[in-house]
Design a protein around this ligand. Structure first.
Ligand code: MN
Length: 441
């Protein structure tokens, strides 16, 4: 509760010269009488912790006041939804001194706007307030201020993220323990999601990816319905949310509990790459440089196996390694699984010679993922144009023998700290011996 009050004060300090108004999310209808499962808008959750739909927030920086506006619930609603907390309860529940009903918003904004010439009203709230507001509105500045603030996590937020990571980690360990050949991918998904639900975490940060064998080479695989086969790997990328804060964890483990020689070779390259990049995740480091470092390490490993040929610089800058590693190393993590970068992305030119989506100078309080991978993707390895372009850099005959392999990704969630080593929020085995033990066959 204190945390949310602090966050609102920080926003008021950044935008001291205008009234701030935000709208919470509203339920989205799915079909007649049925709604999609409601998940609060991230900015609103960030500022209030309110997970119920239909609320508004008014921040009056000059008077240092925040008011929460909640829906007025009628008898019909009470019949269908049961008890809905009223203003008195919401004051206690969310730590607001002022709680009103949402039909009082317009009046309250009019009253509070005395002395202000400016407003920071989010578009969804502005649609409701257009008639009542005479001040110039600057929603872009509100957007930027929120992104700046959300990028660096406070100790309170880190505690929430730790909880999301702990529960998700337990889900991953349980999936390793229970996965068996003959099961379907969705049965392993059920093991993970049951563990999260049992701990009270009802939302996932993103749809779970549970990919056996060659399916692991489909980067956003969501079918999750194939059979698990003896001798293959299973890649699971899954994370739950706690109070809106996501975990984003990937593990790849042998379905029969023992890595083959070939699986070890590929897995070790990914693991060593990930560990080095985590170690180097320090304040001031540019995320794109870490990505290039991960490409070099993977290129070096694949060259050692004879899959790539030639100079490392050429393999990285020429793009040959991207056929095996076609995604980013890292992204921000928070209330959104691909979280805001704090506007810093727009200001920072990419200093490297490779295209990278996330370019930011790491700061204390950033939470980022570290997720290198190696995949054998048929669409890339059998593309005639790419085969011609990279005929001197890639041993395609050798790579073809891996088309049944799928891929390996290892992903942890990392907190950048002022000094010392980064803090790893993820507690799931990843060393080969530890993974085999966790599989416990
Ligand atoms: Mn991720």
């Amino acid at each position: 509760m204190e945390h949310y009050g602090d966050v609102r004060e920080a926003l008021a300090r950044r935008l001291p010269d205008g009234l701030i108004v935000l709208a919470g999310g509203v339920p989205v209808p799915r079909n007649f009488d049925v709604e999609f499962v409601f998940r609060q808008k991230s900015d609103f959750l960030y500022l209030t912790g309110v997970e119920e739909p239909g609320s508004y927030l008014l921040i009056d920086p000059r008077r240092s006041r925040s008011t929460l506006f909640i829906p007025r619930v009628d008898t019909h609603h009470k019949v269908w939804l049961g008890h809905v907390p009223g203003p008195g309860e919401c004051r206690k529940l969310y730590g607001f001194s002022d709680v009103l009903y949402h039909d009082q918003l317009e009046q309250a904004v009019k009253k509070a706007s005395a002395g202000y010439r400016k407003a920071y009203i989010e578009p969804a709230a502005y649609r409701k307030l257009r008639g009542a507001v005479r001040m110039a509105n600057a929603p872009g500045a509100l957007r930027d201020a929120l992104e700046e603030l959300r990028a660096c996590k406070t100790p309170g937020e880190l505690a929430l993220m730790k909880r999301a990571s702990m529960v998700s980690g337990a889900g991953h360990r349980e999936a390793m323990r229970q996965a068996r050949s003959g099961m379907r991918e969705y049965e392993v998904q059920a093991v993970f999601e049951a563990e999260c639900l049992r701990a009270g975490l009802r939302h996932l940060g993103y749809p779970s990816i549970v990919a056996a064998g060659a399916n692991a080479a489909v980067l956003h695989y969501h079918r999750n319905d194939a059979l698990l086969k003896d001798g293959e790997l299973l890649l699971m990328d899954a994370g739950a949310e706690f109070r809106g804060y996501a975990a984003d964890i990937t593990r790849t483990f042998p379905i029969n509990g023992r890595f083959t020689r070939r699986q070890r070779d590929i897995y070790s390259i990914v693991l060593e790459t990930q560990k080095k990049c985590i170690e180097n995740s320090r304040p001031g480091v540019i995320s794109a440089d870490l990505h290039v470092q991960s490409m070099r390490l993977i290129a070096e490993g694949l060259r050692g196996l004879g899959l790539l040929k030639g100079e490392l610089d050429g393999l990285v800058e020429g793009g040959a390694v991207r056929l095996f590693y076609p995604h980013g190393l890292t992204h921000m993590l928070g209330l959104d699984v691909h979280d805001v970068t704090g506007g810093r992305k727009r200001r920072m030119p990419n200093p490297t010679k490779v295209p990278v989506r996330f370019v930011a100078k790491l700061e204390p309080g950033f939470v980022i993922t570290m997720e290198p991978g190696i995949y054998f993707i048929e669409a890339l390895l059998n593309d005639p144009k790419l085969r011609r372009k990279y005929r001197h850099a890639i041993d395609f005959a050798k790579a073809e023998k891996f088309l049944d392999f799928g891929g390996v990704r290892i992903e942890d969630d990392i907190v950048i700290r002022e000094s010392g080593a980064p803090l790893n929020l993820t507690d799931v085995p990843k060393e080969i011996a530890d993974v085999e033990e966790a599989c416990g066959r």
